[in-house]
Design a protein around this ligand. Structure first.
Ligand SMILES: Nc1ncnc2c1ncn2[C@@H]1O[C@H](COP(=O)(O)OP(=O)(O)OP(=O)(O)O)[C@@H](O)[C@H]1O
Ligand SMILES: [Mg+2]
Length: 277
C-alpha cells in the first residue's frame, strides 16, 4: 500500500476545471508538484488536506451490454479502491457509477474535514503565511502541537532556525522568519506527510537556500513531504519524484532527470528559462 493514493479526483470552480481527473501514487519521501500559475497545484494540495472536497460527484464506466459485465467492472474498480455507487441500467444498457478517491495510509479521506485529515497525519502549510500575529512563535507552535500530542518543540525551533525568536510575537517577525514559522507549524503536528505550498515563495535566493537546507535535513531524517514550487532549479535537487500539472491535468510524473527531458514538459515550459536550470 502506498502512503498516498489519488484516483481520478476533480475539482471545478464554476466551469473552470482546476483539478481534472488527477491520479497518482506516492511511495517516496519527497514529491514536487510543479506547473505554471493557475495549473491547479494549490487546489490539489487543498483536496489532499481536506480544505476542499472533490466536486465532480460521479464518474461512469460503460455502456456494458449485460449486467454481469458491468458487475465485473464494478468489482475491478473496487479492487482499485474506487468508491462504487451503483451498477445501473439506463436505456437498455448497463453502467457503473463511481467516484474518485483519495486514500491516505489505506483510508478513504476525500470527504473529511481538514482537522480530521491532520489527525491521521497529513498536514498542509499555506502559500500565504498566516500565523496568529499577537502570539509568540512558541505559542503559535503550541496550538498546532496539540493536534496529535506532544511534539518536541525545542527540536523543531532549532531545526527551523526559530530558536532565537521563540519569544517574539509572530507579527513582529520579518517575512523570511514567517515562512520558517509556517514550516514549523506543520512540523509541530508531527505529520506523516507534510504538504508544503511554495515554502520558498517570496524569499530571496539567500533566504531560500537556508530554508532548502532545512528541508533537506528533514528529508534526511525521514520526514515525508509534498512540495509545490515554482522555483524548479532550487527545489528539484531535494526531491525524489516530480509531478507536472498543466491546466488541472498531470502532464508528467517521473524522476528529475526524466522531467528535464520530457517533451510535454518542454512544451509546457517553453520560454521559461527556469525549466532549463
Ligand atoms: N476558491 C476559488 N474560487 C474560484 N476559482 C478558484 C479558486 N481557487 C482556485 N481557483 C482557480 O482554479 C485554478 C487553479 O488555481 P490554483 O490556485 O490551484 O493554481 P496554482 O497552480 O496553485 O497557481 P499559483 O502557482 O499561481 O499558486 C485557477 O484558474 C484559479 O483561478
Ligand atoms: Mg498556488
Amino acid at each position: 500500500m502506498s502512503l498516498l493514493e489519488v484516483s481520478e479526483v476533480s475539482r471545478s470552480f464554476g466551469g473552470n476545471r482546476a483539478v481534472d481527473e488527477v491520479s497518482f501514487e506516492m511511495a517516496v519521501n519527497t514529491l514536487a508538484i510543479v506547473g505554471p500559475n493557475g495549473a491547479g497545484k494549490s487546489t490539489l494540495l487543498n483536496l489532499l488536506a481536506g480544505q476542499l472536497h472533490p466536486n465532480r460527484e460521479e464518474l461512469h464506466h460503460g455502456p456494458f451490454a449485460t449486467q454481469p459485465e458491468a458487475e465485473a467492472d464494478a468489482r475491478e474498480l473496487k479492487q482499485k479502491n474506487r468508491v462504487v455507487h451503483r451498477v445501473a441500467e439506463r436505456s437498455g444498457q448497463w453502467y457503473v457509477d463511481y467516484r474518485g478517491s483519495i486514500r491516505f495510509r489505506g483510508q478513504e479521506i476525500s470527504r473529511w474535514p481538514p482537522w480530521k485529515v491532520a489527525r491521521v497525519g497529513m498536514v498542509k502549510t499555506y502559500q500565504i503565511v498566516r500565523p496568529f500575529r499577537s502570539l509568540t512563535v512558541e505559542e503559535n507552535l503550541y496550538l498546532f502541537a496539540r493536534l496529535r500530542g506532544a511534539a518536541n518543540l525545542d527540536e523543531i525551533l532549532l531545526e527551523t532556525g526559530l530558536e532565537e525568536v521563540r519569544h517574539y510575537p509572530a507579527g513582529s517577525l520579518p517575512f523570511g522568519f514567517l515562512k520558517r514559522l509556517e514550516l514549523a507549524k506543520g512540523l509541530a503536528t508531527r505529520p506523516d506527510l507534510l504538504l508544503l505550498d511554495e515554502p520558498i515563495g517570496g524569499l530571496s535566493r539567500f533566504e531560500a537556500a537556508g530554508l532548502l537546507g532545512t528541508l533537506a535535513n528533514l528529508k534526511a531524517k525521514g520526514v515525508r513531504m509534498v512540495i509545490v514550487e515554482h522555483r524548479l532549479s532550487e527545489i528539484l535537487p531535494i526531491v525524489d519524484r516530480v509531478i507536472a500539472l498543466d491546466r488541472g491535468r498531470i502532464i508528467f510524473h517521473g524522476s528529475r532527470d526524466e522531467f528535464y527531458h520530457d517533451p510535454a514538459v518542454r512544451t509546457a515550459y517553453l520560454g521559461s528559462s527556469d525549466a532549463a536550470g
